[in-house]
Write a protein that binds this ligand. Sequence first.
Ligand SMILES: NC(=O)c1ccc[n+]([C@@H]2O[C@H](COP(=O)([O-])OP(=O)(O)OC[C@H]3O[C@@H](n4cnc5c(N)ncnc54)[C@H](OP(=O)(O)O)[C@@H]3O)[C@@H](O)[C@H]2O)c1
Length: 315
Amino acid sequence: MLTKFGKKATTLFHFCSGQSSGRSVLLKSRIMSLTSVSCPTVPLSNGLRIPILGLGTSHRGGYCHDAVVYALTDCGLRHIDTAKYYGCEEELGKAIKESGVPRSDLWITNKLWSADYGYESAKKTCLDSCSNMGLEYFDLYLLHWPDAMRPGCSNREIRAETWRALEELYKDGVCRAIGVSNFVVHHLEQLKEDCSVVPHVNQMEYHPFQQPKDLMDYCRQEGIVFTGFSPLARGELLSNPVVCQIAEKHQRTPSQICIRWSIQTGIVTIPKSTKKSRVQENWEVLKFQLEEADMAALTSLHDGRRVSWDPATVE
Ligand SMILES: NC(=O)c1ccc[n+]([C@@H]2O[C@H](COP(=O)([O-])OP(=O)(O)OC[C@H]3O[C@@H](n4cnc5c(N)ncnc54)[C@H](OP(=O)(O)O)[C@@H]3O)[C@@H](O)[C@H]2O)c1
């Protein structure tokens, strides 16, 4: 199915095809093979559709302007995940502008860090983040972490007060969808009792070693789209023998196998890379499929290992 995002990627090729030198013909065919790849989308409960494959950005391992521009222009990727906490809002805003991709074709997710929780602070921070990135709205805005990190105060009350600010930002159109990240079932249940809009998304660590099945089932039942971060387990999966064997069989890289597994389980996936060649490699997972037996072998790798903090202990 050619989705909105797939169509726009093809349009970009037409835009690029005006050049006529030999080099540009070569470039054109390479760009065509990448940008003509259509990226499937996943529907949110409010009818919006989020591209299933995005590009992560992070303070860990640096941020790369050229990799973001390359993803948007040469690959046709349309979904970028960031957070105020990563400290690259202004640079990312510049990369988006430089790409020339119309705002309406993009899916931009940003996150509110715990230090900015609270009703007034949340509203101001979101508007400041928009301004830092040169954007008028976010497609998705998330509470980044369940702990408000204010000793002596109730996390539950602060989360609820902050969520009410996000509900208003949503109603005002500053955020086209709102959600949470690193929320486990008890955080989501409390929010449901305290507030009115059910989060559209919950972004969690997800890869073959870490598959929070009960939480995923809960999200599905509540109409919350589960998004997976750290799909490569920050590189820890790339030397796993099962992953390497499947990669060899398909003549693909271990990274492609992990990302393909994640999207083939239906989960929105946001690998991060600061290298153009890896951005391209990761995007090409849209061009092949894993067999059922490969999927089962990768799924059986779950051992509960994590590469980021476990939020389950946050009250
Ligand atoms: N909500 C949250 O709390 C949260 C937490 C963590 C992450 N996230 C989001 O999820 C995104 C991805 O997570 P992550 O960065 O933690 O982990 P990841 O995507 O699993 O791994 C990123 C690491 O893998 C390397 N890499 C990427 N593609 C590769 C390839 N094809 N071959 C070999 N190595 C490759 C990257 O290095 P190079 O950059 O050098 O290529 C980087 O060191 C983040 O950028 C962020 O947007 C959200």
